[in-house]
Design a binder for this molecule. Sequence first.
Ligand code: 13P
Ligand code: SF4
Length: 349
Amino acid sequence: MSVKANIPDYSMPAEQVPLYQPQFLSEADKSTLKQEIADNLKARGAVLVAHYYVDGDVQDLAEATGGCVADSLEMARFGHEHPAATLVVAGVRFMGETSKILSPEKRVFMPTLKAECSLDLGCPPAEFRAFCEANPERTVVVYANTSAEVKAQSDWVVTSSVALPIVESLDAQGKKILWAPDKHLGHYIQTQTGADMLLWSGACVVHEEFKAKALFDLKAVYPDAGVLVHPESPAAVIDIADVVGSTSQILRAATELPHDTFIVATDRGIFHKLRQRNPGKRFIEAPTAGDGATCRSCAHCPWMAMNELSTLAAVLRNDTLLAQNEIHVDPAIGERAMVPLNRMLAFKA
Ligand code: 13P
Ligand code: SF4
């Protein structure tokens, strides 16, 4: 049973989503910046941890300098387990905060702290506390795309890689669940597990834009294509998918499935890795156009786009700018948030 909570809609209106236009760089500029960043990472004893949605050059640099490119779960794990005392997280703010919570002794920096996430913004801690207090009998499961303060109020943190088996196991223990913030992911998990879930009503501004009708029409043009969908997408889009999964699960499916063409419904940043790992295969963006589409419907997260080579280079070049982009988490909140995060990392399906 999936129940929509009696709370306001916390999806971000399209006009509030920032427009972000990355700077154009020549190949020569890119290679100069990459070298400078690599030198500064080394000089600062730092490792670069990047998400699959950020600029392809930043992803390549993370790998070339001994860091990693990963989904939000593996970013958290990698940053925690890596011996470096300094982490530079290229992603959005909750990813930097998660790294800091798991490794409070490390210094964690980001190219910019302006890199938000509509799910995080759509789950204000005070309102979320009231929601939890109104439903004390429920086990609180929150998506990793939330602030440290929201995580600190939860029993479990999950990412889209592990949300299904964790909710399945809680359901098997007879637990009723309070889920936040993504209503689409929550609905998908509920339909897959049959768990009793009370849902918050946030959404991802990128995935919410994928259109089922247009995807259906595109599939008719490429009838042999596999359809890979991130579960932050609306239910009607998920219904058309061959595989529904996190970024890393989408990447795995693209390699393992026999199709030579795929239509992919997730942020377009992932196409860099999809094409790198599968040079013989063809990847097509799932459509965002259709009724209700806005000029912001570009399938690229404006906050992930802020992780540019030039921004990263500027921050690592200048101590003042670096200090301004350091992640700080209140130690008491961090200590509380570490408990549900560690539960997730220790979970074995
Ligand atoms: P993953 O956990 O699949 O990497 O997703 C994070 C995210 O922000 C998706 O929009
Ligand atoms: Fe958040 Fe969506 Fe951007 Fe992922 S793609 S960081 S869920 S706004």
